[in-house]
Design a protein around this ligand. Structure first.
Ligand code: ADP
Ligand code: ZN
Length: 730
């Protein structure tokens, strides 16, 4: 048994967040330190953050070993968390320090808790009373012992802060210092839930008793949008809180709305902790600390909330589990859904994966019995699934700069007359995907990437969707120098917006695209405004497909249902199927039935037919059979290796060196494809070369890859990234 406390002077191994390939030995400081303690240690001339990872290796002259400088005033990292980080690092082939950085993403961890002033009734009396002073004292009398910040007290009693300061002078109000990181208000799981339908109640009982049992298990909760999946998993959260354990609900960032938080607040009587990219430094610090002390019972968060230091986590819900935003595509390449399952299995916790359109991975895991599957078959209340129809575009005669067919236009007009909302869906940001010279055919590309520049009229620039580089719209062709011959080709949502304004002159048209709003908050505010009736025709990219309620929306027109089916991505069919069903699910959520119309040039394509038929199981079975035959995920394993660097020859040399010695991979029966230029062969001036590894299901793929790439020495500016279970093939 290894000790969990180290006396002063004992050797400890400290894992730092610096890019080193192992833990370093230090001497425990005065007073000793616990295993898992967060510490500051000297590294060269700097001091860096680290975690006491275990006993020191002792392979270094003891006299020269430096001491831990300081033990931070936060709860030590639990064994479970170290295990989780180790296993997640091994799974994703990520160096441990990078993994540790994910787990210490809170600013000011080393600071003592900062203080703030709070105000309560004091023992003194003011020299004279005014109306304002009376209001403050009466307010405080009513709330007995409670204290407030200056701002709260001023607002709640309807006075200016100088009135309160005046009362402080006379001792009638006491001013005190209190730690800023306050516990989150307790949640009450015994408040009444909604009255569940028999279907919902059955599912809720199942997940609630699984949580109460306190063991690991994963449940796939499938049900159409609006069937009450959220109601069901909130009951699992309630069971978890009753058991005295913490719960985490992961959502795609964009679905973390005020509406959702209010719903949770109504159910449990107080607001949960909210972890997202827009959270302030102070909020992040507070959540990180309170989660670690068990003073935050429920966290609602985007994917990185999985790496918070929970004291006693009993349940992880992954809402919209199929959503591609759970895969982090930069830095540490991990899939939060899969890592949630890993973390829960180490903790004896439950996972609920919720989706209207599960990923094929989860579908297959449920089928093989690894996950329990629960189905909610119908929408709650009077809402029914929308009617879905294809609009065969081969029969429509549209000019080349128009995308809304006459049939679709007529349907939108009907909704507008009835005072309802219509949505036109196009999964393409910007104004036009291509800017072309009509004289020579030149297409404007990015200087740094092998990608076309997309016109964003809203920004009055051309933009590269790979690297974000922008440039002004050229008036002369960069290639043949012809004047005023540059023309937009193809539609983006902004251009579709212009068409809608022209087709529906009396309607209020709103375009929803992530790049048109300054912040996630501004975008969410606009979505809420639209849901409340702030627009008649909504033009949107895929972000409108994610979990928003548009109660008055009765028609969804998909401008180009074929868009996702092009390309060689192994998940193209799955993605199209999910996206189309999600988008269609936006229509008819309330009392009014909805219709979804899909403009397509290939109505007989099997994916389009499956979407229209609503034959979900049939689609999954067919898709599963194809992937099984091809030996690709989830019936086989894949990994992408991307080498990149400024010099294309050097990148290919390194890739060829890898391809020449694949012994560790052939030993496990894996195949290597490539090297080949990655589908986007240059990004930000770096050339990218890809190797693809394909292996059987049960093999030790990560080990083999680690051995395979180990001998490779990356010279100069060369970089190598391993992407286990890649989602995107670019
Ligand atoms: P999902 O998560 O499957 O999309 P929700 O849980 O959000 O579905 O339910 C859709 C809507 O129906 C929500 O407004 C929800 O409050 C309401 N709802 C669902 N089930 C019930 C119920 N049993 N009683 C009352 N309202 C319900
Ligand atoms: Zn670029």
């Amino acid at each position: 048994m290894s000790s969990s406390f180290f006396d002063e002077g004992a050797l400890v191994a400290v894992m730092t967040t610096q890019p080193l390939d192992r833990a370093l030995d230090y001497k425990a400081p005065e007073g000793g330190c616990h295993l898992g303690a967060f510490v500051e240690v000297p590294l060269g001339p700097r001091k860096v953050l680290g975690v006491v990872w275990g006993p020191g290796a002792g392979d270094y002259d003891y006299a020269k070993v430096r001491s831990v400088m300081r033990v931070l005033d936060v709860a030590p990292m639990r064994t479970e968390m170290r295990d989780f980080l180790r296993k997640a690092a091994a799974y994703t082939l990520t160096p441990m320090p990078a993994m540790l950085r994910l787990a210490t993403r809170a600013p000011g961890l080393g600071d003592p808790p900062s203080m703030q002033k709070i105000y309560r009734r004091g023992t003194g009396e003011p020299d004279r009373m005014t109306d304002a002073r009376t209001r403050v004292l009466e307010f405080l009398a009513e709330y007995g012992d409670l204290s407030f910040t200056l701002k709260e007290l001023a607002e709640l009693s309807g006075v200016t802060s100088s009135v309160i300061k005046g009362l402080v002078k006379h001792g009638a109000v006491a001013e005190e210092d209190s730690p800023r990181d306050l516990p989150f208000p307790p949640l009450d799981p015994s408040r009444p839930s909604k009255e569940l339908t028999p279907d919902q109640a059955k599912a809720a009982d199942h997940v609630a008793s699984a949580v109460a049992a306190g063991t690991y298990g994963t449940t796939l909760l499938r049900g159409v949008t609006g069937s009450g999946k959220t109601e069901v998993y909130l009951e699992a959260v309630a069971a978890c809180l009753r058991a005295g354990r913490q719960a985490l609900v992961l959502l795609p960032e964009i679905a973390l709305t005020a509406e959702f938080l209010t719903r949770v607040e109504v159910r449990f009587g107080a607001r949960p902790a909210e972890w997202h990219s827009g959270a302030t430094m102070t909020e992040r610090r507070r959540i990180w600390r309170m989660v670690g002390q068990g003073n935050a019972q429920l966290v609602i968060g985007a994917r990185s909330a999985l790496f918070l230091p929970y004291q006693n986590l009993g349940l992880i819900v992954v809402d919209e589990e199929h959503d591609t935003s759970y895969k982090q595509e930069e830095g540490v390449l991990y899939n939060a859904r899969d890592m949630a399952v890993l973390r829960a299995s180490l903790l004896g916790a439950q996972v609920v994966l919720s989706s209207a359109t599960p990923s094929l991975e989860s579908w297959a895991n449920a089928k093989s019995g690894k996950y329990t599957r629960l189905d909610l078959e119908s929408r709650f209340g009077p809402a029914v699934m929308p009617t879905m129809k294809a609009l065969d575009m081969r029969g429509e005669k549209l000019p080349s700069d128009r995308w809304v067919s006459d049939t679709l236009k007529a349907e939108v007009d009907k909704r507008l007359e009835a005072g309802e909302q219509a949505m036109l869906f196009l999964n393409r940001r910007g104004f036009a995907p291509i800017t072309l010279c009509r004289a020579c055919g030149h297409q404007v590309g990015c200087d740094q990437c092998d990608a076309r520049m997309v016109e964003h009229r809203f920004l009055k620039r051309l933009m590269c969707h790979q690297c974000g580089e922008t440039k002004p719209m050229p008036t002369t062709c960069p290639s043949c120098e012809a004047e005023d011959r540059m023309a937009p080709v193809g539609p983006g949502v902004e251009r579709l917006g212009e068409e809608a304004v022209m087709l529906f002159p009396d309607a209020r048209v709103a375009v929803l695209s992530s790049d048109m709003y300054g912040s996630a908050r501004a975008l969410k505010a606009e979505i809420e405004n639209i849901a409340a009736g702030g627009a008649d025709v909504v033009i949107g990219t895929q972000l409108v497909a994610k979990g928003h309620n548009f109660p008055n929306l009765t028609l969804v027109g998909v401008i180009d249902a074929d868009l996702g089916l092009q390309g060689s991505d192994l998940r193209a069919a799955e993605r199209t199927f999910q996206l189309m069903r999600q988008v269609a699910g936006r229509a008819g959520r309330a009392e009014k039935p909805g219709t979804a119309l899909l403009q397509t040039f290939q109505p007989e394509h099997p994916v389009i037919r499956a979407i229209l038929a609503g034959d979900e199981e049939g689609f999954w079975r067919a898709e599963a059979a194809e992937r099984e035959a091809a030996g690709v995920p989830p019936y086989g394993r894949m990994a992408g290796i991307i080498l990149s660097g400024p010099d294309v020859a050097a990148v290919f040399d390194a890739a060829n060196a890898l391809a020449r010695n694949t012994a560790p991979l052939t030993r496990i029966g894996a195949q290597v494809f490539g090297p080949a230029p990655a589908p986007i062969a240059r990004v930000r001036g770096r050339h990218r070369v890809r190797l693809l590894v394909k292996a059987g299901k049960g093999v030790a793929l990560q080990n083999a890859i680690a051995q395979w790439i180990k001998p490779l020495r990356l010279k100069g500016d060369l970089r190598l990234a391993v992407d286990i279970d890649p989602q995107n093939f670019y």
